[in-house]
Design a protein around this ligand. Structure first.
Ligand code: ZN
Length: 447
């Protein structure tokens, strides 16, 4: 662990967070982007070849904002199929996969090749991505995360409880005197973790929303006795119902980190607003619906050298905030991470019969409207005209009446959006395994 590098990243992030002028922030971005682009051209045979065509008309290899937008887009599939030539550490995909799988099965070591950590992204087994992070990058990552998340700065003693789907050096690299990181494996029984949390008494609690929601129930029942200064939701979409429940029990606003294997993309400021981490990534907007501020992020990480990420199109929907954050940061404020693009439902327009996007947030609000006796739910659009709602109600409630309430909330939504009504069917709710991403709203057919 190189404390100097961590400290430097911490200071850099703090400085960038203090930038108030958008122009200054963009100048800084372009400077870093240019340097990174030169590095990538020199060290990644894949990108060099891939950019050749776009760069034909350039009089110099110097990147500009306009030129960046002419470079081809990346996605997971392309990244994985050219893995060997894309990464700059000379690591072969086969070897990396073998190591990562073995580590996942035994769960007792973190796979490393040289000083590069190998990780697997979550996903279905045949669709998982590999990610590589060097020791240097880990240290810088840790510094940036600390700068963005420690409520009291580095001077306070903090104890962090971190619930994660997979352990990785990436997350446990921080263990200093003032700072304790305790890792909680989501594959283990959650109730066993409650005891451990009571002993640890964390000042910062980091977990996916479903776990935070479970922990707030445990707190309500008097089994969990912790009072963290900061509660942070990670990994899944935080919906309003969970947020309210967690805030009520912990007596604190819920903060958020938006991070995936492709990068550390956003974090909440002291006001609880999510800001894009534009000090380490550049994010272009591919608009889905400009009016409501919905866009798909295209990310270029100008700090990751081992596995460069340039113009990578994520499968997520972000919603721009319509008002500036009072914290004054020049980094773009977003209202929320709404879900994945595959979570958008499509229903036929009642007028012209064309498919119209019904955003996950609309569905979540309809479920919210149907009543707070619904404890857990999942809404799946199975076919153009069929939606299945699986839900679990508070015990003792009349399930029939709740079905009626849900039907009527959906009927209102369909009328308001002027789309053809879909048939609603009901099913019992089944809790997903803790290591799976929780998707409250999803679609399993394609228009
Ligand atoms: Zn802010």
């Amino acid at each position: 662990m190189n404390l100097f590098r961590l400290g430097l990243a911490y200071i850099r992030a703090k400085r960038a967070m203090a930038i108030r002028s958008r122009r200054k922030l963009e100048e800084r971005q372009l400077r870093l982007l240019r340097r990174h682009f030169r590095f990538v051209l020199e060290h990644s045979p894949f990108y060099r070849r891939r950019f050749q065509e776009a760069m034909k008309g350039w009089d110099s290899p110097e990147l500009t904002w306009e030129r960046l937008q002419t470079l081809p887009l990346m996605d997971k599939e392309t990244m994985m199929s050219h893995f060997d030539e894309l990464n700059t550490a000379g690591i072969r995909k086969e070897e990396a996969f073998r190591l990562a799988w073995r580590a996942e099965e035994t769960r007792d070591f973190t796979p490393q090749i040289g000083d590069v950590t190998v990780g697997l992204s979550s996903g279905t087994s045949n669709n998982r991505g590999l990610f590589l992070v060097s020791k240097e990058e880990r240290e810088r990552w840790a510094g940036t995360v600390l700068a963005k998340l420690l409520p009291g700065g580095v001077t306070r003693r903090e104890s962090v409880a971190f619930f994660l789907r997979a352990n990785s050096n990436l997350y446990t690299s921080v263990r200093q005197r003032r700072l304790t990181f305790a890792y909680y494996d989501l594959l283990e029984d959650l109730s066993a973790h409650v005891e451990r949390l009571n002993r640890q008494r964390p000042t910062i609690l980091v977990a996916p929303p479903a776990v935070l929601s479970f922990l707030s129930e445990e707190k309500e029942r008097g089994r969990l006795n912790i009072a963290p200064v900061k509660v942070i939701s990670v990994a899944d979409v935080l919906d309003d119902r969970d947020r309210q429940k967690i805030e009520e029990q912990f007596g604190k606003p819920v903060h958020q980190i938006y991070q995936c294997t492709e990068g550390f993309l956003a974090a909440t400021c002291s006001h609880g607003t999510l800001h894009l981490n534009e000090d380490i990534v550049h994010i272009e907007r591919e608009w889905i619906d400009r009016e409501s501020g919905r866009f798909v992020p295209i990310i270029t990480d100008f700090c990751r050298r081992t596995q460069p990420i340039i113009r990578y199109r994520l499968n997520d929907i972000l919603v721009l905030s319509d008002k500036p954050c009072p914290c004054g940061s020049a980094m773009t404020a977003i209202d929320r991470v709404e879900g994945r693009c595959d979570d958008i439902l499509y229903l036929k327009d009642a007028g012209n019969g064309q498919y119209r996007a019904v955003f996950p947030d609309f569905i979540r609000r309809a479920m919210w409207q149907a009543g707070d006796e619904i404890l857990h739910y999942q809404v799946v659009q199975q076919a153009p005209d069929r939606i299945v709602v699986a839900f679990e109600e508070r015990s003792g409630m009349d399930r029939r009446r709740m079905e009626e309430a849900i039907r009527s909330a959906f009927a209102q939504l369909f009328r308001r959006l002027k789309v053809e009504a879909a048939t609603i069917r009901f099913a019992p709710y089944r809790h997903p395994p803790a290591d799976r991403k929780l998707r409250r709203v999803k679609r399993i057919w394609s228009p």
